[in-house]
Ligand binder design. Sequence first.
Ligand SMILES: Cc1cc2nc3c(=O)[nH]c(=O)nc-3n(C[C@H](O)[C@H](O)[C@H](O)COP(=O)(O)O)c2cc1C
Length: 249
Amino acid sequence: MKVVMIHGQNHKGSTYNIGRQIAEKIVGSGVGDKITGSEVAEKIAGSGNIVEFFLPRDLNHFCIGCYKCIEDVTACPFFEEKNRIMSEVESADILIFTSPTYCLRESGPMKSFLDLTFNYWMSHRPRQCMFSKKAIVISTCAGSGANKTVKAISEALFYWGVPYIVKYGIGVQAMSWDGISDKKKQKIDKDTTRIARKVLAKKNVRVGGKTRVLFALMRMMQKANFGSGEADRKYWEEQGWLDKKRPWG
Ligand SMILES: Cc1cc2nc3c(=O)[nH]c(=O)nc-3n(C[C@H](O)[C@H](O)[C@H](O)COP(=O)(O)O)c2cc1C
């Protein structure tokens, strides 16, 4: 069981701590005891691991709109740093995204990361592995906006093809993890246990109708040569998606 975390902040505040609690409950502690199945067996065997990336520490760039990635993904000026993150993302069983709410949305570094991975979107070159992944998206705010943040990040993951996304936005009325009241921390503890259990218990992740419709539209676009160019079309062709093959089982 491999959990990959993308943090939209360098610091370890409320949002980080909530994300980390969930990750540890998934890979390490006893919250899955009541769940049967191979994932739990793995967890009990202690074979899970957590890989973390912090933004901007691990990807300190903005998309410059050069569109070089459209021709050749390796031609992005930031490919090396981006690829270090995305190869871990691609091999993850569970993805956890965390971002504090800044001005009712995700943090700037998280938005920048989503921009820099736009060629993973279904309108360009979605990766087959994404269509069977589970993801958890977390945000905290002082008063309001966490749900909007979580929605914005989840939307990008939907466009990557991720079929199962659990959203958790919470107002903490605090500027740091230490500033959160004990009562609120007890609620967070219960919520993180519930989310870890729910995600572990989810088997047979299936692509939903909305993804299928969007994929069909993107396929029509590629077939009609209305996409972003020959390189994207060739990619779809190579995957067999312009014929009968689909990225889900
Ligand atoms: C630049 C900035 C913008 C913020 N914008 C909002 C906001 O729109 N709504 C809100 O309720 N809290 C806002 N906050 C407060 C944080 O979202 C809140 O304290 C959050 O829990 C911080 O998470 P962290 O401890 O992980 O950094 C903002 C804080 C900063 C620094």
